[in-house]
Write a protein that binds this ligand. Structure first.
Ligand SMILES: [Zn+2]
Ligand SMILES: [Zn+2]
Length: 423
């Protein structure tokens, strides 16, 4: 125990020394990405810049098959690799910007019309780059206790980049994965953590209904489509809330309805659309079939024909308790008391959730608010910006978390740790 404490004290000091040397470079790197944002699946320049910097540090990045996004393993040795039987720890950042104008007045403002790093992915990318540079030094010195894979993922905002990483085998041999996401409601210097659901599923549902149509004087001779559509609108959400565990926070809310053109004619078609949000993974998997049954049962009572479309987005992000504990302990060690706080659940979506469908891991919030600031910013706003001290905080937290997870997960392998002979 005493040895562990000594180790983390050393780590904090080493990280401070590393950031004293590389902090300015990282801020420059982030500002360059910020000035040159690229939308989902078009992150070519960003991918190249990250790959070149990693290669300059002696690493061998691999670009993903579609040409944007990259993976790099740190701590690979050779066929004699002491760690081949051990799970790899993955750290993930996302590369893409949002299709909106940058309305800030700063020197690093976006130079691309209608593209802006308003979700902080430039910060995530820079944090992961800095983390990689530090870990590469450790690996070269023979003091990294395992392998770490950096996942620079494209297209988070399109909710598809994580699936591309998975399809490319990006999580092969990975035992645990971690990520940070900017949070302007937390001060720079703080991390927000939560076990269990931290972001929600948000899917889209569309119901098209049809019938013969007719005169409003004779609803019994046709299908009273508007009335029946109203029944679907009110009864399906009500029935849903009685068929699913209330703790899953499942909600179906309609956002659009349309039917008919005139007061005295029953229309022959109509449409209603809405979103389904959910914090529970099991309920999320069940909900499409359940909704179809409920809609069909209401519609059949009125002779209505329905066509149901359910558009999946991302699952809820369910943080693993053990991973959250590793991340929290590691961050506390290197950032100090008061740096780790509980964060509330968000009903926003995050495609990091796809990774956690198959392996344990955790997403934490990286505070980006200038301490003491009364300006309330939010992500996805055209004026979103960060306190850049968050970059160093993120590097410290990611490095410490990776090392902590390597030690913890390594300990479950029933073989002695072989000496590392160098890369
Ligand atoms: Zn976003
Ligand atoms: Zn984001």
């Amino acid at each position: 125990m005493a040895q562990e404490i000594e180790q983390s004290t050393d780590l904090a000091a080493e990280l401070d020394a590393f950031l004293a040397r590389h902090g300015d470079e990282l801020i420059e790197f982030r500002r360059d990405l910020h000035a040159h944002p690229e939308l989902a699946n078009a992150e070519h320049r960003t991918t190249r810049r990250v790959a070149l910097r990693l290669a300059a540090a002696g690493l061998r990045p691999v670009i993903l098959p579609k040409g944007t996004g990259l993976l790099v393993v740190i701590g690979t040795l050779d066929e004699q690799d002491a760690y081949t039987d051990r799970p790899v720890v993955a750290l993930r950042a996302d590369l893409d910007a949002l299709p909106m104008a940058d309305e800030k007045d700063v020197p690093y403002r976006s130079t691309v019309p209608d593209a802006c790093h308003a979700c902080g992915h430039d910060v995530h990318t820079t944090v992961l780059l800095g983390t990689g540079l530090y870990l590469a030094q450790q690996a070269a010195a023979g003091s990294l206790p395992g392998r770490v894979r950096l996942v620079f993922q494209p297209a988070e905002e399109a909710a598809s980049g994580a699936l591309d990483v998975l399809a490319a085998g990006g999580l092969a041999s990975v035992g645990r994965i971690f990520a940070l996401h900017c949070d302007p409601r937390l001060d720079a210097g703080q991390l927000g953590v939560r076990s269990g659901p931290i972001t929600a599923a948000c899917d889209r549902i569309q119901v098209r209904v049809s019938g013969p149509g007719g005169h409003t004087a004779r609803p019994h001779l046709t299908v009273d489509l508007v009335y029946a559509l109203g029944k679907i609108i009110t009864e399906v959400p009500a029935a849903l809330s009685r068929r699913v565990d209330p703790r899953s926070s499942l909600s179906l809310v309609w956002g659009r309805v349309s039917a008919g053109t005139v007061a005295n004619a029953i229309p022959d078609s109509g449409i209603v659309e809405g979103t389904v949000r959910c914090l529970d993974d099991e309920a999320w998997h069940r909900v499409p079939d359940l909704l179809k049954d409920l809609i069909d049962s209401v519609a059949s009572g009125y002779g209505l024909t329905t066509e149901f479309t359910y558009q999946r987005s991302v699952p809820p992000t369910i943080n693993d308790q053990g991973s959250v504990a590793m991340l929290s302990a590691a961050a506390l060690d290197v950032l100090g008391a008061g740096s780790v706080v509980q964060t509330p659940q968000s009903l926003g979506g995050e495609d990091f959730a796809w990774y956690l469908e198959s392996i344990p891991g955790a997403l934490a919030r990286l505070g980006t608010r200038v301490p003491g600031s009364t300006v309330s910013l939010d992500i996805h706003q055209p004026t979103f910006d960060v306190d850049e001290r968050a970059i160093g905080v993120g590097v410290k937290a990611m490095v410490a978390t990776a090392i902590n997870a390597l030690w913890d997960d390594g300990a479950i392998v029933a073989q002695p740790l072989p000496g590392v002979t160098g890369a």
